[in-house]
Design a protein around this ligand. Sequence first.
Ligand SMILES: O=C(O)CCC(=O)C(=O)O
Ligand SMILES: [Fe+2]
Length: 252
Amino acid sequence: MTKIISNLDVTKLVVDNPIGKDNPPLLSVHLSTHDDQPLPTQHLLQSSDFEVNWENKLTDSQLDKLVDSGWLIIDNVFEQKALLALQAESGFIKYRDAQLTAGIRISDIRGDKIRWITKDFFAGFYYLQSINALATLFNQSLFTGIRHSEAHYAYYPVGFGYQWHSDNPAGRDERVISAVFYLNDEWTPSDGGTLEIVDKYGVHHNVMPVANRLVIFDSDLQHQVQIAHRQRYSIATWMRRDGLVPFIEDII
Ligand SMILES: O=C(O)CCC(=O)C(=O)O
Ligand SMILES: [Fe+2]
């Protein structure tokens, strides 16, 4: 007879109480406390994994470009660990249909599905803290007057994009700077999903949504997301000049 070697704590299994929700199998390895061996430690994700030295990443000429033409790109933003955590988190979320400002959804205009990042998120919340540090740098060097940031994970199914718009609806100006962080590995031009921005001089720029790239632009600039031919994952982020606003999802 084959001997079954298992980590299950058989003493906890009783015949009249089969394994189920109330009686889960104990799968942990029982480590002897008498061992001289230190317990294996697992490095949990922490906010320092998301720390970015923004001053090093952004040269003065890049800051000038942001002021002058209204946009810039930063590549290789995070270390591998933080990027992987964001990618993993983006894949597990239950996305909801994004709404237009009027509260209606017209998927021909906007086809993304989103989830606002709250403190209940792990990687996403650390991401937001890092963005706040970037906002502080903008406030110090460009006097942008940003008071807080908001962000949502976004997922564009195949065949969807987001037509021309600015991130401040008519008559509004709370959003100062928009930033989009991309999560897809190995994105190629044939995958579509390009972000097209019109800069302050009226020049069009195409930005490929490649992983670990942050594109930053004046929230008043017109931009669109071309139709994606592959599932497209990102974090859309806004640095705002108004105070904290509650998330709609938290209220309902
Ligand atoms: O994902 C992008 O490249 C841009 C998204 C966007 O424009 C938005 O969510 O307002
Ligand atoms: Fe936008």
